[in-house]
Design a protein. Structure first.
Length: 242
């Protein structure tokens, strides 16, 4: 099986900012001390994802799931280690990311499609389908700064699925969609899975991920503590045995 995502010995540290008084800053400068408090969000994480696998990134709040997804999508770079992906990667990670607020929905479809590697001709050919799937026809010529978070999600999800990605990364954002749209997204995700696309999903909806995903990777305070069957990892999170 071809490897589509290769995460190798990855660590990511963030600097936490604090408000300091001028005096504290001056003393630190004179003594040559760094006031930056750093936080290790991911520590030595390694795994590979093969073509056609559906992987859930699991863990409690702050365990590093979104950071890991951002690293895979290329939005963030690791401090240590390397990440390699193969084929077109479409990430639905932050609501509204990749959209320009002053452009209309229509213009943003072209912008987003281009970011996802589609040619102008491909976007034009899929444009009507993209808009129909999103169900925001009436607002397609409105500037997206007036969109609700659900409308952003609708358009972003629709462009991403029509960009024909080999690897699809989805963070919690489906949660901002209303129930009928969430159901429609899940149907589409299931058909991507059936087509053999590679999926990595972050969600706190444990029943959904256990049903949808083959494999679960469990993070605890930035460390990978389990990598097995999604149902088994979900059971472990719920304290139902290892
Ligand atoms: N840009 C940043 N600067 C500083 N700290 C950050 C930054 N991004 C994330 N963190 C910290 O890294 C840790 C992991 O965050 P992350 O969003 O990856 O967790 P998560 O597992 O997705 O959590 P949740 O379930 O709450 O969404 C958190 O403690 C968070 O505060």
């Amino acid at each position: 099986m071809t490897t589509y995502i290769d995460v190798s010995d990855v660590s990511k540290r963030f600097t936490l900012r604090h408000n300091r008084s001028l005096k504290e800053l001056a003393v630190a400068a004179i003594r040559g001390r760094d006031l930056g408090d750093t936080f290790l969000a991911l520590e030595d994480v390694s795994f590979e994802v093969s073509e056609g696998e559906t992987v859930a990134l699991l863990g409690f709040n702050g365990s590093g799931k979104s950071t890991l997804l951002k690293l895979i999508s290329g939005v963030l770079k690791p401090d240590v280690g390397s990440i390699r992906t193969r084929g077109r990667v479409a990430g639905l990670i932050e609501v509204g990311a990749g959209f320009h607020p002053d452009l209309t929905g229509r213009e943003n479809v072209y912008l987003n499609g281009a970011i996802l590697g589609m040619t102008e001709a491909q976007i034009s050919a899929s444009f009507d389908d993209i808009v129909a799937f999103s169900e925001i026809e009436r607002f397609i010529d409105t500037e997206v700064k007036f969109y609700s978070s659900g409308m952003f999600l609708r358009l972003a999800f629709s462009v991403a699925v029509h960009s024909d990605p080999e690897v699809f990364l989805i963070d919690e954002i489906l949660a901002v969609g209303d129930e009928p749209f969430q159901r429609k997204c899940l149907d589409r995700i299931r058909s991507l899975k059936a087509e053999g696309r590679t999926l990595v999903i972050v969600s706190h909806d444990l029943d959904m991920v256990a049903k949808l995903c083959d494999r679960g990777i469990l993070l605890e305070r930035g460390k990978m503590v389990d990598d097995s069957d999604a149902t088994a990892v979900v059971a472990r999170m719920r304290g139902e045995g290892a």
